[in-house]
Write a protein that binds this ligand. Structure first.
Ligand SMILES: Cc1ncc(COP(=O)(O)O)c(C=O)c1O
Length: 376
């Protein structure tokens, strides 16, 4: 099918999900990621207000694009790095390990020695064996905090952190300076932010009662962003009040906070070209020039990113399409969505892909190469 060209007189208004995207992005080469410096700066300004009282760090795992990291660094955030590669990326962007948090799992004694030698601000310890390796590495002046397994009640356990029993055993260790928590289950719900903080305060009290020091507190708010029409972020004032309350309740000497998606999620777009429109057993497929090789999250989370056909004016009749990537796997599907009638050659734009986009994808599969990235 050939594009009939009827929708090519000028770009549609880039409002809605496309608001903030440079219009030239839609006519540039594809597949490509675009990241907005202005949106990153605006989000960091919000984070500075909402999380006042906490030293703030950007979680490099959310988006390690060099231009993004440079912008984050310029705007005054430190970095949370969870691998040697992320450390290199953060240093290239101008980051100083003294304003970095070393997170991650499965770290060796060598990793701990390096973190101590470089004088990281904070070292997050994920397990009793890691604590042992940290002690063997010689500790030093880095603040060491134990990651709390979340949620603390043991529902849906994952591989991260210390459970209540392990925390009580480790509490008397004088080389531990406090606790770390990543609230993995809050989404965009203010009530869940408040409930999580309340439950964490209980964990902190228990840790102190077991003899633990709580001079330092390191928190990952885990706040998501809206991915669906009509969804809203929690009110900034409610989140700010909850975090101020946590600081007051525990009164640590120092508190830090690591965020990724909240800063960069809304700042990214992924632009692809429709290569083919086909129907198989009454299902309409759009074959795109990029798929899970660049954008894995819709496949693993079952939630599509918001998507717009930027070659067609909004409004008018829509059809249901399955968005398929260009690799030879039936898993390579970025969503089942309604779009204006679409032709080969049209440009689709996925919004809100600034976090866990290109970095999380299965890029080597089928050797199609990575998507380009542009920071504007
Ligand atoms: C320990 C930890 N800290 C920080 C982050 C960054 O989280 P987010 O991008 O949701 O802010 C993650 C994400 O998985 C994490 O596991």
């Amino acid at each position: 099918m050939v594009n009939d060209g009827t929708a090519r007189e000028g770009l549609p208004d880039l409002g809605g999900w496309l608001g903030g995207l440079a219009p030239s992005a839609v006519s540039g080469p594809t597949p490509a990621f675009y990241y907005s410096r202005r949106v990153i700066r605006d989000r960091i300004a919000v984070a500075h207000d909402v999380f006042a009282g906490y030293d703030r760090f950007f979680s490099v795992k959310a988006n390690p694009c060099p231009g993004v990291l440079r912008e984050v660094h310029k705007a005054g955030l430190g970095f949370e790095v969870a691998s040697g590669g992320e450390l290199v990326a953060a240093r290239h962007a101008g980051g100083d390990p003294k304003r970095m948090v070393r997170g991650g799992v499965g770290r060796t004694r060598g990793d701990f020695s390096q973190a101590i030698r470089l004088g990281f601000a904070v070292l997050v310890i994920d397990s009793p064996a890691e604590l042992q390796r940290y002690l063997e590495a010689g500790t030093g002046r880095t603040r060491a905090v134990l990651r709390v397994a979340w949620p603390p009640g043991g529902e849906r356990p994952d591989q991260f952190g210390f459970d209540g029993r392990a925390l009580a055993l480790a509490a008397p260790c004088r080389q531990v300076h406090g606790l770390h928590v990543y609230f993995s289950d809050v989404g965009i719900d203010a009530a869940r932010v408040e409930a999580g903080i309340k439950a964490f305060i209980e964990v902190c009290h228990g840790f102190r009662e077991a003899g633990g020091r709580l001079d330092c507190l390191m928190v990952g708010p885990g706040l998501s962003i809206p991915y669906r029409e009509g969804a809203r972020e929690p009110p900034a004032a409610a989140v700010a009040a909850a975090y101020a309350g946590l600081r007051r309740a525990i009164a640590p000497i120092w508190a830090g906070l690591e965020v990724g998606r909240f800063i960069v999620g809304p700042a990214g777009w992924y632009v692809v070209t429709v290569l083919d429109v086909k129907e198989v057993h009454q299902t309409r497929f759009l074959i795109l020039d990029g798929g899970w090789n660049h954008l894995l999250r819709p496949v693993v989370m079952g939630e599509p990113f918001p998507v717009v056909n930027a070659s067609r004016p909004p409004g008018g009749a829509e059809e249901e399409y399955v968005l398929a990537g260009p690799t030879c796997s039936p898993l390579d599907v970025l969503g089942r969505v309604r779009l204006p009638r679409t032709s080969a050659g049209d440009r689709l734009v996925f919004a809100r892909v600034g976090a866990y986009g290109r970095t999380m994808a299965v890029a080597p599969f089928m050797s199609r190469g990575p998507a380009s990235e542009l920071v504007f």
